[in-house]
Design a protein around this ligand. Sequence first.
Ligand SMILES: [Zn+2]
Ligand SMILES: [Zn+2]
Length: 261
Amino acid sequence: MKLFDSHCHINDTVYDPDLPEVMDRADRNGVKAVMIAGVDRNTARRAIEIAAIYPRVFTAVGIHPHDAIQCGSQVIGELKQMAMENDCVKAWGETGLDFNRMFSPQPDQEACFSAQMAMAGELGLPLIFHERDSKGRFYEILKSDGPSSRRGVVHCFSGTKEEMFKYLDLGYHIGITGILTIQQRGKYLRQIAPAIPEDRLLIETDAPYLTPKPQKNKFRRNEPAFVKSVIERLAEIRETDPEVLAEKIYQNTCKLYGVSE
Ligand SMILES: [Zn+2]
Ligand SMILES: [Zn+2]
């Protein structure tokens, strides 16, 4: 099976002691490509370092909505520089809105989000969107602010069926995490995920978070190898062959991030 973990944080310090083993397990489980999402400047730098060591590791630069309070033009300029100087940078993100924990005030989050979309547009990069409990604001901003040519993925999708179709109508991809495998928390997602057109699907771990159910009892920390559990559950609920679906999703991901297959 050929898998692409379209969103993870293996640049997190929790992988410092054993990253080579983590990458080896990913490879042995068919994970042939990985996208490391950015959340701030330091993690973006670390991601670029990792991409220089391992083949088919790609990176994104961006400021997470939690950190929007520190997102000035200076910071965005530095991320722009990193994107222009490093071939491994294939996307901008994660960026978006998170009103769940409100680590940054709403006006800061919205300003930071718009500024980053403008920069991604300038650089011609696809976007990795993070949305949680934004009560419709995320969609309003997406819809009102920007060209229809904009490409991106709503990662770790956790919204309603209506929201899902709105994002699909705007042309975006939907990222499915291990939440799909969790009994209670994944129930609603399992009901609506079969309705996503096959060519708009992406799978991801969002590691070190959201360990899928099959691994949950044994491992606290998620890792790219476990994206296999996401594809298996997804194929099951879509009543399709996991190998074929994996291949299709691999192609979708390469296409969105503009990397060769
Ligand atoms: Zn996120
Ligand atoms: Zn993430």
